[in-house]
Design a protein around this ligand. Sequence first.
Ligand SMILES: OC[C@H]1O[C@H](O[C@H]2O[C@H](CO)[C@@H](O)[C@H](O)[C@H]2O)[C@H](O)[C@@H](O)[C@@H]1O
Length: 570
Amino acid sequence: MNMIKAETCEKGPVIPTTPLVIFLEKVQETALQVYGHKGFDPKQFVDMSLRQNIEATVEAFDKIPRTVNGSVLKNDLDGFIGKYLGGADEDLVYVEPVDYVAEPEGFLPKVKNTEVRAWALEVHSLWKNLSRKVSDHVLEKPELYTLLPLKNPVIIPGSRFREVYYWDSYWMIRGLLASKMYETAKGVVTNLISLTDQFGYVLNGARAYYIAIHIFSQPPVLAAMIVDIYNRTGDLDLVRRCLPALLKEHHFWNSGIHIVTIQDAQGSTHCLSRYYAMWNKPRPESSTIDRRTASKLPNICEKREFYRDLASAAESGWDFSSRWMRNESDLATTTTTSIIPVDLNAFLLKMELDIAFLANLIGESSVVTQFTEASQNRQRAMNCIFWNAEMGQWLDYWLDSSNKSEDIYKWEDLHQNKKSFASNFVPLWTQLFSSVVDDITTQRVVQSLRSSGLLQSAGIAMTLSNTGQQWDFPNGWPPLQHMIIEGLARSGLQEARTLAKDIAIRWIRTNYVAYKKTGAMYEKYDVTRCGAAGGGGVYVAQTGFGWTNGVVLALLEEFGWPEDLNIDCY
Ligand SMILES: OC[C@H]1O[C@H](O[C@H]2O[C@H](CO)[C@@H](O)[C@H](O)[C@H]2O)[C@H](O)[C@@H](O)[C@@H]1O
């Protein structure tokens, strides 16, 4: 790929974008001036397509009459958009999943309660709402679209997310497996593999603006998807096809700017990974918003740094959260690239263990040795750098900003971020917990989770800060919560397993109630009365959204539903 030379105030490489994305961003900016902020979604404009080639479209756009101060009239912009641009949802078309049946054989055997079962079947049927394939027009003229053509049908998250997302696919696959939709699940993974073959890593999402601009990924959970599919289907051919892509992905996260070397208190050095986007401009799908946030920053260097940190936060999947901010009430202090995140390294540890597992299945012994060793190194590093015995949590590590050379950082206790985040418990999801940590430590982590304040009536909150940012304090937010529940459930400790089931049942029930009462995705609902432990609060109903559907089905499959427990808590 073509790198722009880093400028003096630049903290890393930058990848240029495509003319189509640049043009659609211009339309987006004009649209904001013309239509105003109310109900404005900048993403809609970069998801549009061209009806003619880019030269003709740009010429027509430049010819729209401008007033003396450069603005455009609403009628003129409406006319241009109607004539030259295609709608944001025209590039994917509905397709019936090949393996969907209304009630799959062996579906959720542990769920006997008729009400819960009926709802689970309703959730299962929602896969149809989210199933799409790339339209023939995109395949014929991909240069007119920001959507990246993928060979297999896709499952989209839903709502304003009209394209494939990387880590969302993990929970969708978990649900698809519970729905016995093995072919659909394999198609989802094969699409992600094709992105890795093409770009060297799985993109954040399947849009041109996620390649060229963001040049970043999302939390790396591809290997985990393949292991889960293999465990259900025994498909060794899939394992053979996927392994080279996993090795490429592992390299992406363990090379260049993503890697940080750090010396622990005993003088041993360790390598851990961080999020680091190769981009220093506003994110195209949120460009108008990012510019506004950056406007308070004093100079271009600080703005560029901020845009990179913002894109890196999107790479983490946590866009946005006080977890990345120096001052938690100010998004402009986001500083993701200066943090070594616990969850990213837990995902990579899981990836290393999974690659060793998969390589073993197909007799790739040197890969097994290499990745077993890599996983042992990362376990050691995580225990030295992140583990805090007093708190009973693994803590994010903030890099010392006075180390300008960014060569080797020296570990200091004060650089561990002592705030409780759900991500501090993600190592539970990896083998780290059961293989390295003894029962006394397990107990300590469970106590720590119980007293952290993160356990809420609807499930696990992501942070304790209520800043209004999407990833602050969402009560029972499916992705990381699911991993923590699984980690607790797999531990050898009865108390942990009981807690896992308790959180799972509470979350499912809350989700059921919120869905039944509001019937809408993203509807806020007061679930105080649904909870037993923890505080009360507001839950955002998300049934109908890909990862929520996946987690509901996966948890019902694992835990079932207590037969004597009414699902409706009201
Ligand atoms: O358009 C704004 C941002 O949208 C995405 O992030 C959020 O939605 C994703 C899809 O469900 C999810 O994976 C992510 O965790 C959410 O925070 C996108 O990933 C961002 O790059 C984008 O800026």
